[in-house]
Design a protein around this ligand. Structure first.
Ligand code: CP
Length: 314
């Protein structure tokens, strides 16, 4: 790898917005770069001289720290901006923000509750834009999740992954990942919290094996990985309807009884933060099948791969 990477030319900046936008080969290249970073095989400081703005409209522990530390470890400079301290909060348009930041920094990561914001940012930015979570997706998380599965259980293609709980933004990125990485995804959600029909239709057109059920035991049966997430996502308002999710989702809790239906060597994944005793029990989260902290660590490595790709590697 070149010690000094340039922003990819040709057809414009390399944005990392949705897994569905990207070819499997590009995603595989990012994972390989992330693995090289994890093994300490990268030469020099590939992001030397690069500044990456990290904009957070929503709170974060893992995304903020893993991006900030990862950029520094690659020799770059992270610039963390929370929404309340920039003019976006006072009505400056995303379009103008994109144009201005493109004059100062070399890439932008955005976490936002409105996917339209990141799409507009990418449309007007002349530098790479990375999706750090929206209301409908969390692709950086999925790159870490695939990396984690493959570290523990080998190639994910052809394997069965089960999701139990809310059909939220992470579940929706799992659907995109099933299409791009070739695994079977079984989702158990309440009828009211199913992922969008258009996304499921897209996945099926792509040839993905995505199965829906309302029975978590059916979803988990024989699966090599069982995944869940919190019941109220950050982008959901704390309304009475959101509170009702607790009752609706309790049958989907990831607990020891549910894990008995999975393959004996199934791993347990959760993107964190976890609400212990709600979507996952202490027993499962702290048990021998849990890889949740490897998954959290792999955010750091997988995102290095994303950044290196965005700046032109591969
Ligand atoms: N999983 C995840 O994105 O964690 P944070 O919300 O802490 O960034």
């Amino acid at each position: 790898m070149s010690a000094a990477l340039k922003t990819a030319g040709g057809t414009g900046p390399r944005h990392f917005l949705e897994l569905m936008d990207l070819e499997p080969a590009a995603l595989r290249r990012m994972l390989e770069l992330g693995r090289q970073a994890k093994r300490g095989e990268l030469q020099g400081q590939p992001l030397a001289g690069k500044t990456v703005a990290l904009i957070f409209e929503l709170p974060s522990t893992r995304t903020r720290v893993s991006f900030e530390v990862g950029i520094r470890q690659l020799g770059g400079t992270p610039l963390v901006l929370t929404a309340k301290e920039i003019q976006l909060n006072r009505g400056e348009s995303i379009k103008d923000t994109a144009r201005v930041l493109s004059r100062y920094v070399d890439a932008i990561m955005l976490r936002t509750a409105d996917v339209a914001q990141i799409r507009e940012l990418a449309e007007y930015a002349t530098i790479p834009v990375i999706n750090g979570l929206t209301n409908i997706s969390h692709p950086c998380q999925l790159m870490a999740d695939v990396m984690t599965f493959e570290e523990h259980r080998g190639p994910i293609a052809g394997q069965v992954v089960a999701w139990t709980g809310d059909g939220n933004n992470v579940a929706q990125s799992f659907i995109q990942a099933a299409a791009r990485f070739g695994f079977t995804l079984r989702l158990a959600t309440p009828p009211e919290l199913q992922p969008p029909a258009e996304l499921l239709a897209w996945a099926r057109r792509e040839g993905a094996r995505v199965e829906l059920t309302h029975d978590p035991a059916e979803a988990v049966r024989g699966a090599r990985a069982v995944v869940t997430d919190c019941w109220i996502s950050m982008s959901d308002e704390k309304t009475a309807a959101a509170q009702n999710r607790h009752n609706m989702l309790m049958p989907y809790q990831l607990n020891a009884a549910l894990m008995k239906h999975a393959a004996p060597d199934a791993i347990v994944m959760h993107c964190l933060p976890a609400h212990r005793g709600e979507e996952i029990t202490d027993e499962v989260m702290d048990g021998p099948q849990s890889v949740v902290f490897d998954e959290a660590e792999n955010r750091l490595h997988a995102q290095k791969g994303i950044l290196l790709w965005a700046f032109g590697a591969g």
